[in-house]
Design a protein around this ligand. Structure first.
Ligand SMILES: NC(=O)c1ccc[n+]([C@@H]2O[C@H](COP(=O)([O-])OP(=O)(O)OC[C@H]3O[C@@H](n4cnc5c(N)ncnc54)[C@H](OP(=O)(O)O)[C@@H]3O)[C@@H](O)[C@H]2O)c1
Length: 314
């Protein structure tokens, strides 16, 4: 496993992090068992993945906690999140501390390495700064948190309005950014500044649904043609791999992870899965070299100007 320094946090994180949210939630969203989820986390750790991401909203923290108990806390960098809003308002200081304490309990630890404000919107951002950030600072002083991050709601905010504000501020040690080959708009909007300020960046949505198989990619291309974003004379939507990756020798999910891994400014790419086979494929993919220059140029010409896709299916 390759490791990188997560910006100014100084943490040495694996270039692939295991995500326990998304559509899979370690398989639990598809009725796979808790034991299977624990096996996936354990397989990731055994392969050298040290960054594990969760949220109080996912219902997976306690499964990660089981692995923390098995392998020991010092092997892991634990990232989790605050569901900051209740009934249209930000949580109170007491509610925030209760959330943190619950996460500590579920994760079987006494300190969280990276604690994010989860899926923040641009509308809520001023309130988050005024009401949530000071509480997180106090909890950091108490020793319950090490670093503070914020994540975007990429499906609803694919043009990064919230993070474009957050990256200008000095509250955040880490940002979690939606980035994939269908929507690389974070490159200019977020990553440039994040690099200058040495903010740690975790990439999410590397494959999501659109990039897990050619049929799903075909649906995305069809929609782009129908909506007038792509010219059907320039792209054969029925041959998605040939049209987009210039052939079918690189599997789509592999191409998607390689695309994200080498993006300057992204430190670790999160991969969400409930399958040890997919996990192994993704670890292999992340260690492949960058995509060939002609493929990158083709991706830029097809998707480089788009900022409205997230990777969900149309
Ligand atoms: N706002 C936020 O804070 C936020 C939002 C979204 C995600 N996240 C974090 O980011 C992590 C990554 O996002 P994501 O879960 O959407 O991740 P992703 O890695 O882009 O997509 C995961 C999906 O792809 C499938 N998959 C993974 N590897 C595959 C492979 N090799 N071949 C075919 N299918 C594959 C998974 O299903 P299988 O189970 O079948 O493998 C899963 O449904 C999340 O788990 C979560 O921790 C945070």
């Amino acid at each position: 496993m390759d490791y990188v320094t997560l910006g100014k946090t100084g943490l040495q994180v694996s270039v692939l992090g295991l995500g326990s949210g998304g559509h899979s939630r370690l398989g639990t969203r598809r009725q796979q068992s808790d034991d299977n989820a624990v096996r996936v986390v354990r397989a990731a750790v055994d392969a050298g993945v040290n960054l594990i991401d969760s949220s109080e909203a996912y219902g997976t923290e306690h499964l990660i906690g089981r692995v923390v108990r098995e392998v020991g806390r010092d092997k892991l960098i634990l990232s989790t999140k605050l569901a900051y809003a209740v009934e249209g308002r930000c949580k109170t200081p007491t509610e925030i501390e209760r959330s943190v304490d619950q996460s500590l309990h579920h994760l079987h630890t006494d300190v969280i390495d990276i604690y994010h404000v989860h899926a923040a919107t641009v509308e809520d951002y001023p309130q988050i700064v005024a009401k949530v950030v000071p509480v997180l600072h106090r909890l950091r002083e108490k020793g319950k948190l090490k670093f503070i991050g914020i994540t975007e709601r990429f499906t609803r905010d694919p043009a990064h309005h919230m993070l474009a504000r957050a990256v200008q501020d000095d509250y955040w040690d880490v940002l979690m950014v939606g980035f994939n080959l269908l929507n690389p708009s974070a490159r200019n909007l977020i990553l440039k500044t994040a690099r200058q300020k040495q903010i740690g960046v975790l990439g999410m949505f590397a494959v999501r649904q659109a990039l897990i198989n050619p049929e799903n990619l075909r649906r995305v291309l069809h929609a782009l043609v129908d909506e007038g974003y792509l010219d059907s004379a320039e792209i054969d939507v029925n041959q998605p791999l040939k049209s987009v990756l210039l052939g079918d020798d690189i599997p789509l999910a592999e191409a998607a992870y390689r695309f994200c891994r080498y993006e300057p400014g992204i430190h670790s790419v999160l991969s969400g899965t409930g399958s040890t086979a997919h996990l192994a494929e993704n670890i292999r993919a992340i260690h492949q070299p960058p995509l060939p220059p002609d493929v990158l140029a083709r991706l830029e010409s097809v998707f480089g100007g788009l900022n409205h896709l997230s990777g969900e299916l149309p």
